[in-house]
Design a protein around this ligand. Structure first.
Ligand code: 2HG
Ligand code: ZN
Length: 455
């Protein structure tokens, strides 16, 4: 196969070095061992087309690889696949200030796109802790969300066009940056969130926004889960929130220890809400805060007085995932509608405390848009496989509860390898059958990221 790949790529853009295979063949999921047969680094659309056609002709599988910050194994190559790294397709190809549209290659880092926008007095609002290394192609493949979805939506909402190579090796130019285009099925939205199972996203037209006003950050100490939802309700009246995040005291303890950070408030609380909003809403926010204090939903709070302090408060939330990594967490990424959140939280909390009486459980996430991250930490006496198997047995109980609320078993991290067997808790048999049909249409020989997403 290396010989065939060498007909497309020069030697410096193919590697079979063991360290490279491990590096480019895995993402941030720890449950799998990377075992690709090669990694290639295309630089042009034509090379990607040639590669996909070769994969069809020679019957080998491809795994797309962006910033590899995923948490569901979507970018893991564990069965001799060829990894397609977009690291060398990291150029911004054009910018139109009147349309506020950037054309970029799939390997542009999310952070680089944010910086590009900022240099032009604009704003790319999709943001998350991993944005420094994640790539726009991967963001599209997983429809990445993050911390400002409550105000700005998901990656899907910012993609005005994309160029993709289907599993059959055909080039699709979807929507071409148009605002209006009423000509039938929009394949752009089918490819967004398809986790590389239908084709490879090679280029995208990304919309930028005007930057928001200066922002203020508040961290509030809350007495209980249900208080968080009351606090959200109080602030939604009159304050346009850019973020409404939460974390439990256990999650806070981990990030503080890992980064040596001071506590946000004098006394510890079971839960904390982190809010970000326009500075002009400060009076309305202060009134909402008073109301929350009066009703005892909030015990105390801190308001950022500078950008540096705002960044320090954000670090308490954004650093959590990384600080949990050494504890071998079993991750859940759930969502329900906000109106169902109070009841769901009560039921999920009861289920989790019963299923994991001796385990440390960290709750956090983007509760303002209905998304909860639930990390169960491995007790030191347990082996990793034993712990994972135990959690895997509990998952169906939790997912059954999610299904009762018509929620999602993967709100923003994708399905990948990790949640494939559980897809039926969020998608009906009819939907899964349609997914299989679409997969066959786009990728008749099954070369695109096999065994991901679809059970
Ligand atoms: C976050 O919101 C990320 O910090 C990661 O989505 C969540 O590691 C996790 O469970
Ligand atoms: Zn998240």
């Amino acid at each position: 196969m290396t010989e065939a790949l060498a007909t497309i790529f020069p030697p410096n853009r193919i590697t079979r070095d063991a360290e490279d295979l491990d590096h480019w063949g895995s993402d941030r999921t720890t449950a799998y061992r990377a075992a690709p047969s090669a990694v290639v680094f295309p630089e042009t659309l034509d090379e990607v087309v040639a590669l996909v056609r070769l994969a069809n002709a020679r019957a080998f599988a491809l795994v797309p690889s962006g910033g590899r910050t995923g948490l569901s194994g979507g970018a893991v190559a564990e069965r001799g696949e060829v990894v397609v790294s977009f690291d060398r397709m990291n150029r911004i190809l054009g910018f139109d200030p009147a349309e506020r549209l950037v054309r970029c290659q799939a390997g542009v880092a999310t952070g680089a796109l944010q910086a590009f926008a900022e240099e032009r007095g604009l704003f790319y609002p999709v943001d998350f802790a991993a944005s420094g290394s994640s790539q726009i192609g991967g963001n599209i493949a997983t429809n990445a969300g993050g911390i400002r979805v409550i105000r700005y939506g998901l990656t899907r909402d910012w993609i005005a066009g994309l160029t993709a190579v289907t599993g059959a090796g055909d080039v699709l130019r979807c929507n071409n940056g148009l605002v209006k285009n009423a000509t039938g099925y929009d394949f752009r939205h089918l490819l967004i969130g398809s986790e590389g199972t239908l084709g490879l996203v090679v280029e995208a037209d990304v919309r930028l926004a005007n930057p928001p006003q200066p922002q203020r950050v508040m961290v509030l100490g809350c007495s209980a889960f249900d208080a968080l939802m009351h606090v959200l309700g109080a602030f939604q009246q009159g304050v346009t929130l850019s973020a409404f995040e939460f974390f439990s005291d256990s999650a806070l303890a981990k990030v503080r220890a890992a980064r040596d950070l001071p506590p946000p408030l004098r006394d510890a609380c079971p839960f904390y809400a982190l809010l970000e909003f326009d500075e002009s809403a400060l009076d309305a926010a202060s009134r909402a805060f008073e109301r929350c204090l009066e009703r005892s939903w909030v015990a105390d709070g801190v308001l950022s007085q500078s950008d540096a302090q705002a960044a320090r408060l954000w670090a308490l939330r954004e650093g959590i995932s990384e600080s949990l990594a050494p504890h071998t967490p079993y991750k859940n990424d759930l969502s329900v509608r906000l109106s169902d959140m109070p009841k769901f939280l009560e039921a999920a909390d009861a289920l989790i405390s019963q299923a994991y009486p001796e385990f440390e459980v960290c709750w956090y996430g983007h509760i303002g848009d209905g998304n909860l991250h639930l990390n169960i930490l491995k007790p030191s006496g347990w082996s990793e496989p034993e712990f994972r198997a135990h959690c895997h047995r509990v998952s169906p109980e939790l997912f059954k509860l999610v299904a009762e609320y018509s929620g999602s078993i993967s709100a923003e991290h994708g399905v990948g390898l990790l949640k494939r067997e559980f897809l039926g808790y969020s998608r009906s048999p009819e939907e899964v059958a349609l997914m299989r049909g679409l997969k066959r249409t786009f990728d008749p020989n099954g070369v695109m990221n096999p065994r991901k997403l679809i059970p």
